[in-house]
Ligand binder design. Sequence first.
Ligand code: SF4
Ligand code: F3S
Length: 243
Amino acid sequence: MAHVVTERCVDCRYTDCCAVCPVECFWEVTDPAMLVIDPATCIDCGLCIPECPIYAIYPLAEVPEPYQEWIQKNEDLFAKGTNFTEQTDPLDSAIPLDEIHAREKSKGWNVKDPSAVAEDEGGGGGGAPAAAAAPPPVAPRPVASDEAAEEVPMAPKTPPRAPLDFRVGARIKIGHRVGDVQEMRKGGGAYGGYHDVKVHLEGDQRPVWYLYSALQTFRDQGELEIVDPGPPPNIFQKLFGGA
Ligand code: SF4
Ligand code: F3S
C-alpha cells in the first residue's frame, strides 16, 4: 500500500504535502511538473492528504477511476525526480480546488475528494482546504568538532518528551488511520528506550513500523489519538517500563 499523487497536482505543485511527511518520500519531477510519492517508502500515515490545498493525494484504495494510471506513474516517475522535503511557492499555473472540480466535471468525471477530508468537510467535491499543520520540530544539528563548539552557542537543552502512554494491544489513530499496536521494540545505544512501534493499520495487509519519536511528534501536533491504551502493564513492565 502507498499513497498516490494524482493528476490534480500537475502544473500546481503546491508542496504543502512534503513538509509533513515523516519519511520524506516526496520527489519533484518536471515532466509533468508535480511532486510524486515513492511508494516503497510511504508508510501510509495519511498526514499529507489534508495538507494539499487541492486534495491531490489519495490512499491507494481510494484513487478515483480517472486517476488510476497515476498509481503506476508515481512509481515510474519518482526515480527520475529530486527528493523534495520543504514547502516552497506553488507554480504560477496553480489553480484552486473549485477550478479542479470544475475541470473534472467538464470532462464528465465524478471525482470525490479523499474520504479523509470529505468526511471532515461535508462531502467530496466542494470542501474548503484544511488549515496547514506546523512542520515537525527540527532537531538541533550536532556540533562537528571541539573547535566549532567554541564558535557555536550551545543549543538550549530540550527537556525529555513525555512517553507515549500506550502498550502492545493499544488502539491508536494516526491522522485519519486507525490501527492496533502490535509490537514495541527497544532501541539501544545512546538513545535507550523504545525506538519503534509496529502498527497494523485497518484495511492494510501488512503492519508498518513507526519511529517512536515520530509518533511523539504526531502526538505533540495533535495528529495521534490514543483510542485505547491497551492492557495494563504487568509487574515487569512496571519495573522496567514499556510494553
Ligand atoms: Fe508521507 Fe504519510 Fe503522505 Fe505517505 S501518507 S507520502 S508517508 S505523509
Ligand atoms: Fe501537489 Fe498538493 Fe503536494 S498540489 S505538491 S500534492 S500539496
